[in-house]
Design a protein around this ligand. Structure first.
Ligand code: INI
Length: 181
């Protein structure tokens, strides 16, 4: 038997998609900076012209799951990171936007077999959101750590399940998740 744990090394072959909401971009822009900083410090080339990270900007958090799922469906990425900010003080439909973002992101992950990181900051006020996006700490950094860990973990679990001759993964649920190397 085995113990599987994600690592934060051997990142050269990993690819990520980051889906970012423009709504409250004062906050989401800072989350993105924290996220990129963490990926870079772990050896990932975050340059959009490079081969490791693609970026998708969407109008707001409600729209994130659609694009997160679409990116994950390509099976080109080892993880998709979703970055958004939903602030209660500014909207009466906070619960709908935040709730649908959470449900949709979970569905995108389950439907595709690709880790999709829930990086949506929910806050009562802009001040509170900014504190979580750089003033006190930057949750963008943590979301990148989650993506590195989940990407590594999925690689390890998948590798342990591959057919030794064909390297194919088992047909877990009638779907063959073939990740490009
Ligand atoms: N989108 C957010 O990311 N944060 C919010 O706080 C927000 N508010 O306040 O409404 C918000 N709304 C836009 C929504 O995400 C969609 O972009 C829009 O409804 C179009 O689908």
């Amino acid at each position: 038997m085995a113990v599987f744990e994600g690592t934060f090394a051997n990142v050269d072959s990993l690819r990520f998609a980051i889906v970012i909401g423009r709504f409250n971009d004062l906050v989401t822009g800072k989350l993105l900076e924290g996220c990129q900083d963490c990926l870079k410090r772990h050896g990932v080339d975050t340059n959009p012209e490079g081969t490791q990270v693609d970026y998708v900007w969407v109008p707001g958090s409600f729209d994130i799951p659609m694009l997160a799922r679409q990116m994950a469906l390509t099976q080109r990425y080892h993880a998709v990171i979703c970055l958004g900010a939903v602030i209660r003080g500014q909207t009466t439909h906070f619960d709908y936007v935040a709730g649908e973002a959470a449900k949709g992101i979970a569905a995108a992950s389950f439907q595709t077999g690709v880790p999709v990181v829930f990086g949506i900051v929910t806050a009562e006020t802009m001040q509170q959101a900014l504190e979580r996006a750089g003033i006190k700490s930057n949750l963008g950094w943590s979301y990148a750590m989650n993506a590195l860990e989940m990407a590594s973990l999925m690689e390890q679990v998948n590798d342990s399940q591959r057919d030794p001759e064909t390297q194919a993964l088992p047909d877990f649920k009638g779907h063959q998740f073939q990740q490009e190397s």
